[in-house]
Design a binder for this molecule. Structure first.
Ligand code: NAD
Length: 297
């Protein structure tokens, strides 16, 4: 039974996730390389240590939440020298599928799971993240109760790497569908339609999708969407671009052609290169409105 958890990577996502584990009664130690992240986590009841090894020493489970594959592999290599056989090890970062599979192999005697999330920082705060899990059945079953305090949904997707694979498929579709929704609004505007009229049709007809009904790229119809707050904060376009790059890489690796995924990646490259990396990804509608003038960056 898991009582103590080490949390490595206490950033925008990691700190609130670790805080929810503290609230659920786990003894949580943590480590991050930046002082701001360490202080934020300490304020949420995490016992912050001064290295990965010190945080993980004696812990029943370890969770990492890091920016990229290289850092996950670096941290998991450090864990290999510290954790006991049978320890539960979960990586919730968004990384490439090959990197995720390599991480599993670094801790052969442990119960290893790749468990990327969707739901963003608000989901991390609220404990309502969707977790997509890859790993063998004993590892997945061991992970469930530990993830529960941070989760709205826990979805087993298959063997090692399957969680990351599912996450990349989802976010590739999300990037494509947001561009599609934005194009529909831009065309409707030019044809003289009111935003509400476009929304009323798209949200109830065959064009319906999450990017319209829950995350509408124009202000007004969906009050909770970032378009009502000048596209800040939200799911940063730089993170959408990261995920679209990972999806492109995965498609190349397995010789699959994803033309719309490639186009979505290129549009977000152009958008981010024009200084929009921190803005919510639905702000791409502003770029598309003037795309005929700016063209490809
Ligand atoms: P972040 O940059 O805020 O946090 C990452 C943290 O890792 C930072 O605090 C950094 O200092 C720390 N770190 C880096 N190297 C480290 C090391 N060697 N040891 C310990 N700590 C180290 O990023 P985030 O927004 O929290 O995202 C984390 C992961 O979650 C990313 O892979 C991201 O793609 C994914 N994700 C983010 C969101 C989101 O909305 N922010 C949503 C879904 C998934």
């Amino acid at each position: 039974m898991v009582r103590s958890i080490a949390f490595i990577g206490l950033g925008n996502m990691g700190a609130p996730m670790a805080g929810n584990l503290v609230k659920a009664g786990y003894e949580v130690t943590g480590f991050d390389v930046t002082p701001t992240a360490r202080n934020n986590a300490a304020d949420r009841g995490v016992r912050v240590m001064d290295s990965v090894a010190a945080a993980a020493d004696g812990a029943d489970a370890v969770i990492s939440m890091l920016p990229n594959s290289a850092l996950v592999l670096e941290v998991w290599a450090q864990l290999a020298g510290v954790v006991r056989q049978g320890t539960l090890a979960i990586d919730s970062s968004t990384i490439d599928v090959e990197g995720a599979r390599a991480a599993h192999k670094l801790l052969p005697g442990c119960l290893t799971v790749d468990a990327p999330v969707s739901g963003g920082t608000s989901g991390a705060e609220a404990g309502t993240l969707s977790f997509m899990l890859g790993g063998d059945t004993p590892a997945i079953e061991a992970a469930r109760p530990v993830l529960e305090p941070m989760a709205g949904r826990i979805i087993p997707c298959g063997a090692a790497g399957a969680g990351q694979a599912a996450k990349l498929c989802n976010n590739m579709l999300l990037g494509i569908s947001m561009i599609g929704a934005a194009e529909a609004f831009v065309l409707g505007e030019k044809l003289g339609l009111e935003h509400q009229a476009i929304f009323d049709v798209l949200s109830t007809s065959s064009g319906q999708c999450w990017s319209v009904t829950t995350y509408c790229p124009v202000p007004g119809p969906v009050l909770a969407s970032p378009s009502n707050r000048d596209y800040m904060p939200g799911f940063a376009s730089a993170l959408m671009l990261k995920d679209l790059r990972l999806a492109s890489q995965a498609a190349d690796d397995c010789n699959v052609t994803t033309p719309l995924g490639a186009e979505a990646r290129q549009l977000y490259e152009d958008f981010v290169n024009n200084g929009n990396g921190a803005r919510d990804f639905s702000a791409i509608i502003e770029f598309l409105r003037h795309y005929h003038a700016v063209g490809r960056g």
